[in-house]
Design a protein around this ligand. Sequence first.
Ligand SMILES: *[C@@H]1O[C@H](CO)[C@@H](O)[C@H](O)[C@H]1NC(C)=O
Length: 723
Amino acid sequence: MSLMLGYLEDYAKNRRGSHNYHTILVMGYAVAGKPEFALQLFGRMRYQGIDLDVFAYHVLLNALVEGNYYDGVEAVSNQIKSRGFESEVTHSILIKSFCRKKEFDRAETYLRRVMEGEVKIKGGGYIVGALVDGLCKDEQFDRAGKLVDEFGEFHVYDIWIRELVRARKLDGAMEFLHKTRNVVQYVPDLFRYNTLIIRLLRENRLEEVCDLIIEMRESNIPPDELTMNTVLCFFCKGGMVDIALRLYDSRGQIGLSLSSMAFNYLMNTLCGDGSVVDAYRILKNALEQGYFPGVPTFSVLAHALCKLEKLDMMNELFHVALENNVVLSDRIHEIYIQALCRTGRVEDGYYIHGELNRLNKVTTGCAYNSLINGFIKSNRADIAVRLLIEMQEKGHTPSRQLFRTVIQSVCETENPEKQFQRLLEMQLSLHEIDCGVFNIFIEGAGLAKKPDLANEVYQMMKRSGISPNVTSDILLLRSYLRGEKVSDGLHFFHNILERRAIGRKVFNTLIIGLCKANKPDIALSYFTNIRAKEKTVRPSLECYEELIYVLCNHKRYDKILDVIDDLIDVGRPLSSFIGNNLLLHSLKDRELYDTWVDSRPPTELTQPESSHIWRLREVVGLFSDRFRDDISIDDLEQVVRNCFPLDIYTYNMLLRKLCAKQVDDADKLFDTLCPKGYEPNQWTYETMVHGFYKHGRKDHAKLLLKEMVQRGFRPSEVTSALL
Ligand SMILES: *[C@@H]1O[C@H](CO)[C@@H](O)[C@H](O)[C@H]1NC(C)=O
């Protein structure tokens, strides 16, 4: 303004007499916000007999209205009228003037006079529009609405919608749109649509936005990029991904390109929503059109594809990334390789690993792990070995477990010696020699049931000047026993005894190994001898458990009581495992109880009646059907609980006992399992199904069988064949 005023001052001083001198000054001061000064100039020029043209008159009139110089308005409008310059522009300026003075009645009277005059006014919409605008700004929407209805015209509609949206009367605006669209086929312009859409979005009225967009398309008014992107983001945010997707798909028809923000937003939402196939389609589509999304978008999609195991798509994605020099993160590659291995496509995983190598990227330790395990599963120990060595060269430290698994798999191949040697030599060249490396090899060979190989490593260790420690001894001993070389194992045990005092671990290894090798007598004789001599060696609970287990299986019932005595002597608990074994054998075989009574007649029992042995005898007797035929559930549970803690296997045994003669009780007990916090297993169900069947209650049996299947168990063939 100040620049303009400066210019006008200069013009007034220096350009006097130039063409249109007065007109330019009047208009200039009018638009520069000095209407009073413009009016003075106008008076002066009229005095000189000079007049303004139509355009300048209206500029002056409008400026006077804007500046609230209503006297001037009156005077100038009379001048306009008397010169015959009056037009729709004059009328709408005057209406605006009335509105500013809040003379709405006068404005309306004026309007009606003009509109209902004999000559139909051209551009009447602008005149009505001025009044509608004035009324709305004065919050008189009802009155304005009536005028809109009465004098409706597109320009009036535009103003009406603009004002409704401004005043947040969205319902009114939407309703009006529907009404006029059907009746007079009024279509708002893009600007009006956009303001309406953005308002609707702010109020989360997403469905209506969607309708509007469709409507715009039908009316051939393409939404612009700004609106579309806003809408798309809002739809995603509102969880209406399907609509967002539809919108995205139709953007070609609309002729739009998306901003990267909207694109990423859509991709993220789709991936989070599980709609990765759509996300992938969109990405491909974008790439075809030459748009390349950023690495984060790639990662989000890759992650989702791997998680849902859409690996063919992931494969394409990987290559697209490669071609475009996008470097995906190590983590993404790791997830990809893991997914491939998990789904049995270890060769493909290996290929990806190769590609990474080519790019000088180091495959992560976890990915190596997956690959190695994958190749072991598909019997390619040779590749597993290569990878195990390679990963160490690349600076990873394989876990002991991975190592052992590789060695085991090598040992399980047909001619393991060469591979085994190679791996061992490789390891010894990579690491400082200590017995740890050798131990892993002994252990792996043992797991593969190759005791000779294990022994070779053991000898090699000694030849290398490293003395085997206790762990080495234990591992080799275990290898022998697991590899069914019992006599070699015993020989080696004596060899150990020559070198060191017998310790708890070696003792446990020997006994447990012998039990697992199914040698109850040898196990028991070593157990008894060593226990007699070495009072300080306290066997582990597992040792007792394995011993009792194998003795039961071989019906050495007479020996069991001594072992249990010893267990209680050393202060170990009678575990559920031991108890369950005894129950099982009592159920199957009456001999257990008979042998116990024969070998230890009650008169000879030195322990008090409250002792473990007495209580155990009672339970064994009960399960051998020696006592009462029927027993209450509570009593049964209590008798057992007196001896050892109950687990689900114990309950299976109780159910089996009850199913023999008291199937209703069994049913009752079964119903209490879940409330007590026990999870019925396969055997629980089978016991009950057989129990019901045996007592002719086939319907019950069928029902339970159904439940069993629903819970994800597979009935055994015998059970299935029953029904
Ligand atoms: C035997 O040596 C290995 C390697 O040094 C070590 O990890 C292990 O703990 C040792 N065993 C015992 C019982 O000390």
